[in-house]
Design a protein. Structure first.
Length: 343
């Protein structure tokens, strides 16, 4: 069903809120990387600064949900899909891996480690793409109720593992298949086709409230206010089936799901050329932002003197890396031959 495709480079046929969400997601990824520079206990007004990174932790779930919205319930030719999708993410990954390696030859050894440590997302999405032809068959033949059943088990698994994690209970009831990135794929597809029978304005207010509450609960789970033992997150790193940083807690589901619906009904259509450009180049921005951060971090981390100043620096550095990443990938995309490998 090619009608679900996001319109390529034709701005008029693209789905605006998909692009808007992708821009928010790539900014979130970059902001998270910036926050990680101050995760050693720095505080502002008695609260850990790192807790505020939870505000943008919707980033990876949103990327997964967009993949589900765009790629599920389509007629997929297996060979073409695997060749097109896997090479589309692998070539840019290898390109920047080589760039990082070459740059590391002229810097200290920690450079390559810092760059490569963020590559977990590539391996996660690579595995997700391998699963899509299988999940797609289920979506194509499933009723809405059956899709809702899948999502119900996804949510149950999320809550179940949170309790298991909190009480440190030995467990043999295996729901790992559902407590995984694949749940966000199906959630993204479902929310993209779901029409809620509620006034759009009221729905926007409701979703904003859900986003704020879910984000607040995620912030509490960082140990900033409540003890760290009060574990609200269930990340896939604590699962036997996946080693990544995908948060599949119920609050992550609510945070990403509410933002998805919120942006769908806001349907903001301003700054389309810039947003479409950012959307198209977002994968390259993800791959290059760590290289940029490596070089500029010494100029930023020595600036702040107190907690409030650190917060300002985090915002400024996130925006700076975001813009520089965009500009650099845009320039590279215009270079013959190199352009097709950078994003």
């Amino acid at each position: 069903m090619n009608s679900k495709y996001n319109g390529g480079d034709n701005i008029k046929t693209r789905i605006a809120y998909y692009d808007n969400l992708r821009v928010l997601a790539i900014f979130g990824i970059i902001a998270i990387h910036v926050f990680q520079l101050w995760h050693h206990g720095e505080k502002v007004n008695g609260m850990y600064i790192y807790m505020f990174s939870e505000i943008v932790r919707y980033a990876v779930p949103i990327f997964l949900m967009l993949s589900g919205a765009l790629l599920l319930n389509r007629d997929i030719d297996l060979n073409h899909f695997l060749k097109h999708r896997l090479t589309r993410i692998t070539y840019p990954f290898l390109f920047f891996l080589i760039i990082a390696f070459l740059l590391s030859l002229f810097t200290d050894k920690t450079f390559s480690y810092n760059i490569f440590s963020h590559s977990w997302y590539f391996w996660m999405i690579f595995g997700v793409y391998l699963s899509i032809p299988i999940i797609n068959k289920f979506i194509q033949h499933a009723s809405v109720r059956e899709i809702e059943y899948f999502l119900a088990v996804f949510i149950i698994a999320s809550v179940f593992y949170q309790f298991i994690l909190y009480y440190n209970v030995e467990n043999y009831f295996n729901l790992n298949f559902f407590a995984a990135p694949i749940g966000f794929l199906v959630l993204g597809y479902y929310l993209s086709i779901r029409d809620f029978k509620i006034d759009s304005r009221k729905l926007i207010i409701l979703m904003f409230a859900v986003f704020v509450i879910a984000t607040s609960m995620k912030m509490l789970s960082t140990g900033a206010i409540m003890p760290k033992s009060f574990a609200l997150n269930y990340e896939a790193t604590q699962s036997a089936v996946l080693d990544s940083w995908v948060d599949v807690s119920i609050f992550a589901i609510l945070q990403a799901g509410s933002l998805f619906v919120l942006m769908k009904h806001l349907n903001f259509t301003g700054f389309r050329k810039a947003i479409v450009s950012l959307s198209n180049l977002s994968y390259g921005m993800y791959l290059i932002n760590s290289i940029i951060m490596f070089y500029i971090t010494p100029f930023f981390v020595n600036l702040p003197r107190n907690g409030f100043e650190i917060c300002i620096v985090i915002v400024l550095m996130s925006v700076f890396v975001f813009v520089v990443s965009w500009v650099m990938i845009w320039v590279l995309s215009k270079v013959p031959v190199v352009g097709k490998y950078c994003s």
